[in-house]
Design a protein around this ligand. Structure first.
Ligand code: DC
Length: 220
């Protein structure tokens, strides 16, 4: 089963998706980390971030991998911590905007999402990467609340600066951030993580029950 979790930066996707995967015993795939890792590598190697074709070649040559502990690796380097730095936050939308880059990434994401049960988090999972996902969720939250959450993860940067960064990123991500028509939208502004996870877990349970009913129905 695929559970797709989409939504803007700071809506709670990572925390919710990780926790949900843990509870369900599903694998967890963070597609944002893949765009972040590519951005880091391009900056490291001096590949211009405005050149989609070159970035796509780099993405194909150096695929992002995740180890069992959830660490993010690219070109033999563990970039788990580095890709959360503000300089990457700021540059990643520039890289993610190129359709050539997205094609390579989506292909790889489909490959990684193929085996078994998985929770996939991103922006375009329910719409493009896995349109057949059995469960689709789109998380939302007020921008002020999203900036507050980000500032807890990025100590030392003011909430105002983060709110401005988020606004710029929202605008740049906007075309990829449309919720799938069949996604369940959940506003997490006033919700606790566990409550959001409970709701999604309930959706998974409902789908499983339905699938079991269909399977036993077709056997009869
Ligand atoms: O979720 P995040 O902040 O780690 O995402 C990093 C960037 O990658 C963000 O600018 C949106 C982009 N992204 C994307 O375009 N498509 C995805 N499936 C995941 C992330």
């Amino acid at each position: 089963m695929i559970v797709a979790i989409d939504g803007p930066a700071g809506a709670g996707k990572s925390t919710v998706a990780r926790r949900l995967a843990e509870r369900l015993g599903f694998r967890y795939l963070d597609t944002g980390a893949m765009y972040r890792a590519l951005t880091w590598l391009a900056m490291q190697r001096g590949v211009p971030l405005g050149e989609g074709e070159k970035l796509a070649v780099l993405a194909r040559a150096e695929p992002v991998t995740f180890d069992k502990a959830g660490r993010v690796l690219i070109a033999g380097t563990d970039v788990t911590a580095t890709i959360r730095e503000t300089r990457i936050d700021r540059m990643v939308p520039v890289v993610a905007r190129h359709h050539e880059v997205r094609e390579v990434m989506r292909e790889r994401q489909r490959e990684l999402g193929q085996r078994g049960d998985v929770v996939i988090e991103g922006r375009d999972i329910g719409t493009v990467v896995a349109p057949n996902a059995e469960v689709k969720v789109y998380l939302l939250a007020d921008r002020d609340e999203r900036a507050r959450r980000r500032s807890a993860e990025r100590p030392g940067i003011g909430t105002d600066a983060l709110a401005t960064d988020l606004k710029v990123r929202d605008q740049s991500d906007a075309e990829r951030m449309q919720p799938a028509a069949d996604a369940e939208q959940i506003d997490t502004t006033h919700l606790q993580v566990e409550d959001v996870v409970d709701r999604i877990q309930e959706m998974v349970r409902a789908i499983r029950t339905q699938q079991m009913g269909t399977a036993s129905g077709s056997q009869a």
